[in-house]
Design a protein around this ligand. Sequence first.
Ligand SMILES: CC/C=C\C/C=C\C/C=C\C/C=C\C/C=C\C/C=C\CCC(=O)SCCNC(=O)CCNC(=O)[C@H](O)C(C)(C)COP(=O)(O)OP(=O)(O)OC[C@H]1O[C@@H](n2cnc3c(N)ncnc32)[C@H](O)[C@@H]1OP(=O)(O)O
Ligand SMILES: CCCCCCCCCCCCCCCCCC(=O)OC[C@@H](O)COP(=O)(O)O
Length: 377
Amino acid sequence: MGLLQLLKSQFLCHLIICYVFLVSGLIINLLQLCTLPVWLVSKQLARRINIRLAYCISSQMVAILEWWSGTECTLYTDPKSYPLYGKENAIVVLNHAFEIDFLCGWTFCERFGVLGSSKVLAKKQLAYVPIIGWMWYFLEIVFCKRKWEEDRRTVNESLEKLRDYPENFWFLLYCEGTRFTPKKHQVSMQVAESKGLSKLKYHLLPRTKGFWVTVQSLRGTAAAVYDSTLNFRNNEMPTLLGLLNGKKYHADLYVRRIPLELIPEDEKECAEWLHKLYQEKDSFQEHYAKTGRFPGPIMSPPRRPWSLINWLFWSCLLLYPLGLLLTQLISSGSVFTIVASVAVCSAASLGVRWMIGQTEIKRASNYGNKEVSLNNN
Ligand SMILES: CC/C=C\C/C=C\C/C=C\C/C=C\C/C=C\C/C=C\CCC(=O)SCCNC(=O)CCNC(=O)[C@H](O)C(C)(C)COP(=O)(O)OP(=O)(O)OC[C@H]1O[C@@H](n2cnc3c(N)ncnc32)[C@H](O)[C@@H]1OP(=O)(O)O
Ligand SMILES: CCCCCCCCCCCCCCCCCC(=O)OC[C@@H](O)COP(=O)(O)O
């Protein structure tokens, strides 16, 4: 292990990274709260400010992936579509099998300049995660309870609000609805069989209703669907803790741009179209398993320095007062103050560990474990 790698694996470094993320995140959440009066005067100005504030948070996580761990992200795509990425609104359909797939998505958002405005159809529970969940509230992220009777109205309403969004955005949809586990795969293939649908090897059966409502609500707003298929080289199973430890992974993303006009308007036909798309995605994964690459040429955008610059800015701003505070604390000699400070730090560490836990597949919900999901935690 090299010296730098040894440094990256040190708990003290992780503490510093988490401290900067936590404190800057809370400051930014507070600033977002302060934009509420701006909404009353100019909605578009408030949105533009929130896009930039959100960038300050999400790009810290991107910096961990790109600069701290040095993870390589390779894009396979058609050279004719490439110039359009970042220049139009799009619905992104991505497979959901990896703990850091959302972060790889964010990395590509960053490289194409749409990180601050990127959106997702997220489960409601994520809205309560401090910093990221609270940031999403101000970004007009669409939340769902994964109960269609309740979601059909709220999801549609939230999407309609994006029609006059002032900057280009990518709207991410994990049509599988939950992360891949062998148990969920088995259950969803039973559902596929009962519906007379072909089986999938690498994906769960997609939930079609959210896709249909998204496409219908964003017609005229989004130009295309970016069908995106992600995998990692050498069967890597990346984790957020691995990234924090400085572990380098190798992500490969295959993207096809499909103009929105090609997607059927009728709900049943749209569902059939999505099922067919997932058959194709499955065949791309099969190709990857056999050859170690996706079809088509590589058109990788380079990483940009902004996420690193943002991280350095917040570190400089927040580490100096921390140093001062620690010096004063030690020199005060007060046992009570020192014990209280250790207790606050421990609570903050546990909080961050809980947040990281949200990304772990072993802590995934029970959604999709039963054919009719009664247990929707
Ligand atoms: C150039 C570069 C390109 C790309 C770069 C890549 C990406 C970057 C883009 C953007 C980044 C932005 C942000 C990323 C940041 C963070 C994201 C992090 C996480 C958030 C993700 C989540 O929270 S995922 C969970 C929430 N989302 C979803 O669930 C979406 C999919 N679900 C749906 O669409 C659902 O339809 C629904 C949620 C709208 C409603 O849920 P419900 O459960 O009620 O679903 P359905 O009504 O569809 O289900 C009932 C039907 O399903 C059948 N059924 C029953 N059991 C199963 C089963 N186990 N599997 C499959 N199907 C099942 C049932 O029979 C019903 O059938 P019907 O015939 O009646 O439909
Ligand atoms: C700068 C870096 C600092 C790192 C330390 C701080 C870590 C903070 C981590 C916050 C992470 C919160 C973002 C949540 C994104 C979770 C994405 C996700 O994958 O959600 C799962 C759902 O899609 C489906 O849920 P399941 O039904 O599978 O259950």
